[in-house]
Write a protein that binds this ligand. Structure first.
Ligand code: NAD
Ligand code: UDP
Length: 372
């Protein structure tokens, strides 16, 4: 069986896989928005991928192109139940959890169970398989933050009894479990705190702002701003996020995180509505609806840790990411049922690059030794 320490740095600073063999990687929530892009990327890199999903918010359409691939396997399973996988597993990405407020509030008890029991079950599997395990945590652990931007050492401002608590507190408890399994059982964990991510394969009806606005604009229906539109978010394009997750997984065992992954380019909800109307050439008017309870007023990731530890920073501009998302939804709404998509930004892994370059004009920084 392969050892969990998969990559090592060479003297010249470049990264190299310790073994030529491909890995067996399990992705829970792999049929969802982020999970399906991750499965695509991992299969493309030559790994075996087992995708586990109960399809509550994900869809087999998202992994349709992979389903006949010899290195891809889909298992319909709920992570609230124990996981039993016969083959060796080297890495686990735990993404299973509804992510949009509309979906995670539909069955709040189920959401909390998925966060907590799902985390326990993947951690137990990681322990049995000596696998490294990455948790998809969230900027919601900061709640409605009093500190801006949000860095990893900020402990947050979460309302434990509000409608978002099933998700926020569930994800916080999951982080606790991850760090306790590391302390008690020595499981090599990675905790990523993902900020608002968007792109192709978001569900057109999941209620998140980018998908809502793009679909409304393409249909020339009113864009629904909640509140006065002055609340902010910072949107990261899916390709950038996937690369950040891969890099975090590839760090040495001393790196556990938590590590923010997001795009620090902060915009108001009013600004993104205007931009989407402009990019779609829509005639949609803007309408205003009540702001949901506990809706965070400001959100922007401090990504210094990701830059320092992973050598990662987002590269896709909001405008280019939105154009790709709009293309996807245009096909989905008016053309094909499951449009095929290609990444707009391919990121070679550090050990795939010919040589490591110093900081460049596109903002990509040199890789530095993995220290948290
Ligand atoms: P998504 O809803 O598209 O994907 C979640 C996937 O998990 C779906 O395929 C769903 O069917 C599956 N799932 C849910 N509960 C499950 C269960 N009990 N057992 C098995 N499968 C289950 O959401 P997403 O945007 O792809 O988010 C993926 C992960 O990233 C989530 O854990 C989410 O909390 C986290 N995250 C996402 C964002 C974002 O902006 N998209 C931000 C922060 C964190
Ligand atoms: N939002 C909005 N109109 C919509 C959907 C969302 O104004 O149709 C707002 C929402 O109130 C929040 C922001 O957009 O302030 C981001 O919402 P989303 O659900 O995408 O993400 P989250 O609140 O989880 O960051």
């Amino acid at each position: 069986m392969l050892k969990p320490e998969i990559y090592r740095r060479q003297r010249n600073g470049a990264w190299r896989a310790k073994t030529e063999s491909c890995l067996c990687i399990l992705v829970t929530g792999g049929a969802g928005f982020i999970g399906s892009h991750l499965c695509d990327r991992l299969v493309r890199r030559g790994h075996h991928v087992i995708c586990i999903d109960n399809l509550c918010t994900g869809s087999l359409d998202n992994v349709r192109a992979l389903k006949r691939h010899p290195r891809f396997r889909f298992l319909k399973h709920d992570v609230r139940k124990p996981l039993d996988i016969a083959e060796p597993v080297h890495e686990i990405y735990n993404l299973a959890c509804p992510a949009s407020p509309r979906h995670y509030q539909r069955d709040p008890v189920g959401t909390l169970q998925t966060c907590v029991m799902g985390a326990l079950n993947v951690l137990d599997l990681a322990r049995r398989k000596s696998a490294r395990v990455l948790q998809a945590s969230t900027s919601e652990v900061y709640g409605d933050p009093e500190l801006h931007p949000q860095a990893e050492d900020y402990v947050g401002h979460v309302n434990p009894v509000g409608p978002r608590a099933c998700y926020d507190e569930g994800k916080r408890a999951a982080e606790t479990l991850f760090f306790d399994y590391r302390r008690i059982h020595g499981v090599p964990i990675k905790v990523s705190r993902i900020f608002n991510t968007y792109g192709p394969r978001m569900l057109e009806n999941d209620g998140r702002v980018v998908s809502n606005f793009v679909v409304q604009a393409l249909r020339n229906e009113p864009l629904t701003i909640y509140g006065n539109g002055e609340q902010t978010r910072s949107f990261c394009y899916i390709d950038d996020l996937i690369f950040g997750l891969e890099l975090l997984m590839a760090t040495g065992d001393q790196v556990a995180g938590p590590c923010n992954l997001g795009n620090p380019h902060e915009v108001t909800i009013g600004q993104i509505a205007d931009l989407i109307v402009e990019l779609t050439g829509s005639t949609s008017p803007i309408t205003y609806q009540p702001l949901p309870q506990d809706d965070p007023k400001r959100r922007r990731p401090a990504i210094e840790r990701a830059v320092r530890v992973l050598g990662w920073c987002p590269r896709v501009s909001l405008e280019n990411g939105l154009k790709a998302t709009i293309r996807y939804f245009t096909l989905k709404l008016f053309g094909q049922e499951s449009p095929s998509i290609a990444p707009i930004s391919y990121h070679p892994m550090p050990w795939e690059r010919k040589r490591t370059k110093p900081a460049t004009s596109n903002g990509l920084v040199t890789l530095v030794p993995s220290r948290d």
